[in-house]
Design a protein. Structure first.
Lengths: 167, 390
């Protein structure tokens, strides 16, 4: 009985919560990307990028690819940095809409605020994952024969029954 | 002499300290031949229990040879005797000691007024475990002064190794008491949260006491394998649902008996309550993380019994009192009444019924102690139990 694959390079991951958060961001990427591909006009209008549906669709494809990779990869770290780069591209694209009239500026500004917040989270997760010890794990110590009894546990069951409840 | 001293959070030093002296006619001085790092020492290392002062000598699991005896202990001890030192200092004569409640001795805590402020009433003095329990210097040292030495010792034979006997000082009787006080019946399932050294001994004790099945819950693969070797069914809470596995093993009814061998530093997992505890602990609004205890109260069968050998230090909130009360759960707690169990357990070791050496994973010189505190705390290198040789 072994609980983790012997050869897993990520055995003993010190921060499984961050790992889970990265996978959650992968799901978010996937959902956002599908929305951008399926409804590029609506998405573009809501963030002040009307007329640039092609860019939005391309961003959607990137998000879907990143999302799948984050969910499937054994190690999400490089894909988290991919998200950070994608966030920078998105911010640049949104910034280009800031000087295209008050309505677009307002929408693009709000969208930039949201993307900036996600960027901070992406950066924190990527940085935490990068700090992980990536040296190959040594084999598990094998304690499968350390029973502490002279005979198998089944044969020892109840050997001290006279003491149960003597308190 | 050399000793491991506490100097603050994550700061244990092997340094030279004054040799202990006889301070009272009932004292003895022991030359320590073996000592161990206990899981509860980690609470001091992580600075979660108040009352340590810089320079305090650590350690409450030790054994060795008597080198000096005060005049009022000479009826019980002589120079050259080989002894294991129980971690609980007991006078042997107060009303609690006479009832066998050695860990709540009324006389051995010389800082009783501090303990009364923290706990309402005093408990026994302990070695190397804060000013609250007497501020006695500990046993991770070349020598130790033992107060009330005529009652605070276990004489051990010379034909058994230190490694077989050392754990009579704490973790073997602690795991044993945790199981005995459950009142285990042949039809009982006993679930043990935490597969550190005390959990390992609790598992083997539950098997010896006749539990129908024993379940072990932890996240460290090596520790779960060690638990399985002792007869437990392992559950790794990081890769499977504790509730689903326990339900499957108990016909959906839960274990009759549960042991909390985790204590105040429960692992911070994805559960919201454990993150909440960690956040409150970080801002000093709570001292204890009690996720394991909450899980036990939730999963235990109604009318069941919980035993708590895991150490708690102060205050915690979000205790599911509704479940505790409505399910009719009995809770048994306490530091171990070590001397109550040691004669019987020594006999079991001599007869070969249990061999405590299985739990030892690291043996090293006292000077390696500070580094091994970190190894043990981080559960690196398969570390389960560290024995040090002064």
């Amino acid at each position: 009985m072994r609980y983790e694959p012997q050869g897993s390079p990520r055995r003993g991951h010190p921060d499984r919560e961050t790992d889970r958060l990265a996978r959650g961001l992968g799901l978010f990427s996937l959902a956002l990307g599908l929305a951008e591909i399926a409804a590029p006009r609506a998405v573009a209008r809501s963030v002040g990028l009307s007329g640039r549906e092609g860019y939005v669709r391309a961003c959607g494809a990137r998000e879907v690819a990143t999302g799948i990779a984050l969910l499937a990869a054994d190690d999400p770290m490089p894909w988290m940095w991919g998200r950070v780069v994608g966030d920078a591209v998105d911010l640049g694209l949104l910034a280009s809409a800031l000087d295209e009239g008050p309505q677009r500026r307002e929408r693009a500004g709000l969208a930039m605020g949201a993307v900036a917040a996600v960027t901070l989270l992406d950066f924190a997760v990527a940085k935490t994952l990068s700090a992980e010890d990536r040296r190959p794990a040594r084999p598990l110590k094998d304690y499968r024969r350390r029973r502490g009894f002279p005979r198998p546990p089944e044969a020892m069951r109840g050997e001290a029954r006279e003491m149960a409840g003597v308190y | 002499m050399r000793a491991l001293s506490w100097h603050g959070k994550h700061d244990i030093r092997c340094e030279s300290v004054p040799d202990p002296q006889i301070e009272h006619p009932r004292d003895a001085v022991i030359r320590v031949t073996s000592c161990a790092i206990c899981g509860s020492d980690l609470h001091l290392y992580d600075n979660f229990i108040p009352g340590m002062t810089p320079g305090d000598v650590m350690g409450h699991e030790c054994m060795g040879e008597v080198v000096e005896v005060g005049p009022e202990s000479r009826h019980a001890l002589k120079v050259g005797d080989r002894v294991v030192i129980p971690f609980t200092i007991s006078c042997g004569a107060c009303p609690q000691c006479l009832r066998g409640n050695f860990s709540v001795c009324e006389r051995s805590n010389r800082n009783a007024s501090l303990a009364q402020k923290a706990f309402g009433r005093t408990t026994a003095g302990l070695f190397g475990y804060t000013q609250l329990t007497g501020g006695y210097q500990g046993g991770q040292a070349e020598y130790i002064r033992v107060p009330f030495a005529d009652k605070t010792h276990v004489k051990v034979p010379s034909n058994l190794s230190d490694e077989k006997l050392l754990f009579l000082s704490d973790i073997l009787p602690t795991g044993w008491q945790a199981a005995v006080q459950l009142g285990i019946e042949e039809t009982d399932t006993v679930a043990v949260w935490g597969c550190g050294p005390v959990g390992q001994f609790a598992i083997r004790s539950a098997v010896l006491l006749g539990a129908k099945q024993v379940i072990a819950i932890d996240r460290v693969p090596e520790r779960l394998e060690m638990a399985a070797a002792g007869g437990a069914i392992p559950i790794n809470f990081e890769v499977e649902s504790v509730m689903e596995r326990i339900d499957a093993l108990t016909d959906g009814k839960g274990p009759e008996k549960c042991i909390d061998a985790v204590g105040l530093e429960a692992h911070v997992s994805g559960h919201i309550d454990s993150m909440y505890d960690r956040a409150k602990q970080a801002v000093m609004a709570e001292s204890d993380r009690i996720h394991a205890l909450r899980e036990i109260i939730y999963l235990i069968r109604p009318a069941g019994t919980i035993s708590m050998p895991g150490v708690y230090g102060g205050l915690a909130d979000k205790v599911p009192l509704g479940a505790l009360m409505n399910k009719g759960i009995t809770v048994r707690t306490g530091q171990t009444h070590t001397q109550r169990w040691t004669d019987d357990l020594l006999r079991r070791i001599e007869e070969g019924q249990i061999d405590p050496t299985f739990v030892i994973t690291h043996v090293a010189d006292l000077a390696d102690g500070p580094a091994l505190y970190e190894t043990f705390r981080d559960k690196k290198d398969g570390c389960v139990k560290v024995v040090l040789k002064p």
